[in-house]
Design a protein around this ligand. Structure first.
Ligand SMILES: NC(=O)c1ccc[n+]([C@@H]2O[C@H](COP(=O)([O-])OP(=O)(O)OC[C@H]3O[C@@H](n4cnc5c(N)ncnc54)[C@H](OP(=O)(O)O)[C@@H]3O)[C@@H](O)[C@H]2O)c1
Length: 245
């Protein structure tokens, strides 16, 4: 009887440990000057992590914080990616940009970003950290084998956005085949808002989540909470998760 209790206590203690947030992560954030990336940087700093914020022009990162370092970096330059990834526990890619006028999703920044980071994580071997990629809602499933992207009116979409949506779908396919690195694809809802950080949202998987009024939305601040929860708790390694109210 006593041994049963002892076992139960040890089990509960170990279970608790597995869910314990990791303090003091070394985080590299690509897209730190962006709409979503700035919230990710702020949330990481508020939780006591060490953030290396990347911009092609780091003078644009004006925030001052003892745990924040602003550096120059470009995802399209493998040498710079290699140098910045070393020693990082978590790499976040939250990037958007136009590269030439190419219509091939393989030339979208999101796809190229994921490939660039995965290749350098592979090169780091046992020293490699994890990638959390900020993906696209177009990759979410809406039933009958269709993606949300299939439902969008292509005729009215700006060409750059169409390329980004397809690039994000391709990035997820690429990651799903990359079983030798630790990755997570954090999927936004259809719409972001400028609302407050509430910490109250649903976490789902591959399906598009809508509320009772058919809305699929989340504040950028709450999306950052979800990304940092993932960074600390490592729940969705090797798969994607989605978030919405
Ligand atoms: N509903 C949805 O699915 C949804 C909605 C919104 C956004 N998103 C996704 O969220 C991600 C971020 O969006 P956002 O609105 O935050 O973008 P954003 O505000 O336009 O910011 C883009 C960021 O990308 C960085 N960047 C561009 N080219 C780069 C390069 N070659 N190397 C390194 N960094 C580069 C920029 O940094 P510098 O200019 O400082 O170098 C900037 O910080 C995108 O991937 C987008 O697809 C999804």
């Amino acid at each position: 009887m006593r041994r049963w209790w002892l076992g139960a206590i040890v089990f509960i203690a170990l279970d608790g440990l597995a869910q314990e947030p990791r303090p003091g992560l070394q985080m590299l954030v690509y897209g730190a000057t962006g709409n979503i990336g700035t919230h990710i940087v702020d949330e990481a700093l508020a939780r006591g992590h060490f953030v290396t914020a990347v911009s092609r022009d780091p003078s644009r990162i004006e925030k001052q914080h003892p745990n924040l370092t602003a550096v120059a970096g470009n995802l399209l330059d493998p040498a710079s990616v290699r140098a910045l990834l070393a020693g990082k526990d978590v790499v976040v890619t939250s990037v958007r940009g136009v590269i030439g006028d190419d219509k091939d999703p393989k030339n979208s920044l999101q796809y190229l970003a994921v490939v660039a980071v995965v290749e350098q994580l592979r090169a780091l071997g046992d020293e490699a950290g994890r990638l959390i990629h900020v993906g696209g809602a177009g990759s979410l499933e809406i039933g009958d084998g269709r993606l949300y992207a299939d439902k969008l009116p292509k005729l009215f979409l700006p060409k750059g956005l169409e390329l980004e949506i397809q690039g994000q779908i391709l990035a997820l396919e690429y990651l799903r085949a990359a079983s030798d690195v630790r990755w997570t694809y954090a999927t936004p809802p259809k719409n972001f808002t400028n609302g407050d950080r509430t910490g109250n949202f649903r976490v789902g998987a591959d399906e598009l989540m809508e509320d009772e009024r058919g809305r699929s939305r989340l504040s950028r601040a709450d999306f950052a909470v979800a990304v940092l929860d993932e960074a600390e708790l490592e729940i969705h390694t090797g798969r994607r998760f989605s978030v919405a109210y």
